[in-house]
Ligand binder design. Structure first.
Ligand code: DOR
Ligand code: ZN
Length: 424
């Protein structure tokens, strides 16, 4: 089978390409990137006026399967991913059972091979059951196919255990991803600590609970000489600490999520639980620092932290509602609306953060449009506006922070492993 994508603006930061070109896909691979490719393809996509980019690699996604199929499944999440232009997701391990052993990973792999519409990579846990008490067999996780480890949702409190984890990760050649949160500081907080938490009478989560733990995680990674990736950076001090560490030569990378560069804790004034996530929406100055960090390169990647929850878990009193928002279907459009339209980033830089950098951080051979590579490609209408509605979302859960908003940038086609997996 062959697909010819004709006359789109091809943006491939790895090869420094930003030009109007054709792309030929044969079977699962890119077989040509050139002007005016003349061939008889089975399918021709007219991409005039459209952006043609490597597929999005979202390195922070909660698929919820196994265990919470009422929230989301591999099938529904990957359908949502395809609609959002995402061709690869990294599945977070806070499932039930947690991804803490070879058997659980084999179980998830079986589900993926039956029902995934895009590539799914697996993140194992740092500790057994994500309890922070005893290390998982990290070498066994790596052997069974996990490409990173994280206790996402929680942080490992014990310094000794976390240092040991970094050492084991280093030995196994696996990346450690940190959900950096000091629970002794964030406690029972539900929104950002600040004027709004006082005004609303809700318990606050300080910046300190995040950045102090990031500083600790980086220090331990340095001791173990292991790379570390910091998940969902939300505040100014965190960015500063990461920049400083990098200047010292420490191998630290980080991601933020679209809600942290587009929304502030002012959104909480209506007690909307779709604005409740962990870390929480922060202040205006934090939002400015996150945007600046994206612009100056301090922040490497954008990931959704797609965290589906049922209506029963969200449509309740604010303090009891679950933390988290879905984001696979809106991350590209929120990025276009907030970062491209305001000229904070150009397209090349945005695609680096959504695709090339995540590939490099994860050490996977993706994120480019080089000839010979697997064809994971997204075709985008950059000026197309659309409204986010519950009915429009393919994700099983509808807890989206952008419901009702009009966003710019629509996915026309998502091609994964050479096959069209979504068409608008
Ligand atoms: O908001 C969040 N939701 N933050 C996390 O760290 C975990 C996630 C979830 O799994 O629901
Ligand atoms: Zn997390």
């Amino acid at each position: 089978m062959s697909i010819l994508i004709k006359g789109g603006r091809v943006i491939d930061p790895a090869n420094k390409i930003d030009a109007v070109l054709d792309i030929l896909i044969e079977d699962d691979k890119i077989s040509g990137v050139a002007k005016n490719i003349k061939t008889h393809a089975h399918t021709i996509i007219d991409a005039a006026g459209k952006i043609v980019s490597p597929g999005i690699i979202d390195m922070h996604v909660h698929l919820r399967q196994p265990g919470r199929e009422d929230k989301e499944t591999v099938a529904t999440a990957t359908a949502a991913a395809a609609k959002g232009g995402v061709t690869t997701v990294l599945a977070m391990p806070n499932t039930n059972p947690a991804m803490d052993c070879a058997e659980s990973i084999a179980l998830l792999k079986g589900i993926i091979s039956k029902s995934a519409k895009v590539n799914v990579l697996i993140c194992g846990t740092i500790t057994k059951g994500r309890q922070g008490k005893e290390l998982s067999d990290i070498a066994a996780l790596k052997k069974s196919g996990a490409i990173a480890i994280s206790d996402d949702g929680s942080s490992v409190d014990s310094d000794e255990l976390m240092l040991e984890a970094f050492k084991k990760a280093k030995q196994s050649g696996i990346l450690t991803i940190c959900h950096s949160e000091d629970k002794k500081l964030s406690g029972k907080g539900v929104i950002n600590l600040g004027f709004n938490s006082t005004r609303l009478g809700l318990r606050g989560i300080s910046n300190e609970s995040e950045y102090k733990r990031i500083a600790r995680d980086i220090e331990l990674a340095e001791k173990a000489q292991a790379p570390v990736h910091i998940a969902h950076v939300s505040c100014q001090e965190s960015v500063e600490i990461i920049v400083k560490a990098r200047k010292k030569g420490i191998k630290v990378t980080c991601e933020t999520a679209p809600h942290y560069f587009s929304l502030t804790d002012d959104e909480l004034l209506g007690y909307d639980t779709n604005m409740k996530m962990n870390p929480p929406l922060r202040s205006k100055s934090d939002l400015a620092a996150i945007r600046e960090g994206l612009k100056d390169g301090a922040i490497d990647a954008i990931a959704s932290d797609h965290a589906p929850h049922t209506e029963n878990e969200k449509d309740i009193e604010f303090e009891r509602a679950e933390f988290g928002v879905v984001g696979l279907e809106t991350e590209l459009a929120v990025s276009v609306t907030e970062l491209i339209s305001s000229k904070l980033l150009d397209w090349g830089k945005l695609i680096e953060k959504l695709s090339l950098n995540p590939a490099r951080i994860l050490g996977i051979d993706k994120g480019t449009l080089s000839e010979g590579k697997i064809a994971d490609i997204v075709v985008i209408s950059p000026e197309e506006e659309w409204q986010v509605t519950k009915d429009g979302l393919l994700s099983k859960s509808k807890n989206c922070a952008f419901l009702g908003r009009t966003l710019k940038g629509a996915v026309d086609y998502t091609i994964c492993n050479g096959k069209i997996v979504y068409k608008r």
